[in-house]
Design a protein. Structure first.
Length: 356
């Protein structure tokens, strides 16, 4: 049977994950590789699903502050030291991954990051360095993987922070918008009810988190809201409900007009959720965008309509002292090495794929 390019590429990627997780990992049979999840059979659904998932989310946020790693740190651990304690997982599209990736990286495209077969191929005895285009997709992925017992961190700025080459698939902004900041605090004007939560046929809170993430990925929703869109709506229709998740000190130094403050680690506390509406797009303004993405996935799993502010406050303002983080600039990006996959997509697979 002749495979299409897309099917063949997915086949090769699946083989690459199984045979190169750490470059010498699990054995696997070709017939075990499926794109669809395992079927659910004879499962007794858990009770109080929203509360169980909320408790798991709260635990994750309290334990996951600064779950990030820089491109330079990855370069030294993966390329220079060749540490066996780390595995790079590239969640860009298969096509972009094949054009150029970090040495030894394996590929699980974003849409498959909640897939049971792909998750089963990942090791739990290594730190998973999750890499995407700009850090936002990886930020969305890391919460689920950590909730499921993996040790996952996000590489800041993604491949756009690794190289200025077109193989990154994206580029960082060169300057900020320099939008205004205010020191006038805003309090939630109402006590909001939790979102309408649909129970699932799952036997554990971990499977519940995985399934909710899978449904979110299948929804095709955007992951980010652009600063210009938020700025345009300030003081008018108030289309977006902005939650600043930085520290209280940095919020008080300067924040987006109308933004309420809930620190990242407290976002999934019950008292905090009463400050967040379930019927309006919620924009999470963090330091660099990755933190907002992590918080957004947590809220989306709980049923909220949440987004990360693109690149966080470092793209909103160039006043690093007030926002608490260095303003964004592509000028600091170096050109670290990538490797191109040597696959002939028109040929039939001749065996297992190796490390890139």
């Amino acid at each position: 049977m002749k495979l299409s390019k897309k099917s063949l590429l997915l086949f090769l990627i699946s083989l690459l994950i199984i045979f190169s997780a750490g470059c010498g990992g699990k054995d696997g049979q070709v017939e075990d590789l499926y794109i669809e999840d395992r079927p659910v059979e004879n499962v007794i659904a858990i009770k109080n699903q929203f509360n169980q998932l909320l408790d798991l989310s709260d635990q994750y946020l309290k334990e996951s502050v600064n779950r990030t790693i820089t491109a330079d740190e990855v370069y030294h651990k993966i390329v220079i030291e060749e540490s066996p304690d780390y595995l790079v997982v590239d969640i860009r599209s298969a096509a972009d991954y094949s054009k150029g990736a970090i040495k030894t990286a394996v590929n699980i495209p974003l849409e498959f990051t909640a897939n049971t077969y792909q998750l089963a191929s990942l090791p739990k005895d290594k730190t998973l360095i999750v890499v995407c285009y700009t850090g936002h997709m990886a930020g969305h992925t890391v919460p689920l993987w950590n909730m499921l017992g993996y040790d996952a961190v996000t590489m800041l700025n993604g491949m756009a922070g690794w190289t200025k080459s077109e193989v990154a698939g994206s580029v960082l902004p060169t300057t900020t918008f320099n939008f205004p900041l205010t020191t006038v605090s805003t309090e939630a004007q109402a006590k909001f009810a939790p979102p309408a939560f649909v129970d699932e046929t799952v036997g554990s809170v971990y499977e519940l988190a995985r399934l909710k993430s899978k449904l979110f990925l299948e929804s095709g929703k955007e992951l980010v809201i652009r600063p210009a869109d938020v700025q345009t709506n300030i003081g008018s229709e108030n289309q977006y409900y902005v939650v600043d998740i930085r520290t209280a000190d940095d919020y008080n130094k300067g924040h987006i007009q109308g933004a309420i403050h809930i620190p990242y680690e407290a976002l999934a506390e019950r008292d905090s959720l009463e400050k967040i509406p379930a019927d309006k797009p919620v924009v999470l303004a963090g330091y660099h965008g990755t933190d907002g993405a992590q918080a957004a996935r947590v809220l989306n799993q709980l049923g909220y309509d949440a987004y990360s502010l693109l690149y966080g406050m470092r793209l909103w303002s160039d006043n690093s002292a007030r926002i608490g983080y260095t303003a964004i600039s592509a000028e600091v990006i170096t050109n670290l090495p990538t490797v191109e996959l040597k696959y002939d997509l028109d040929a039939s697979p001749a065996g297992s794929a190796g490390c890139s």
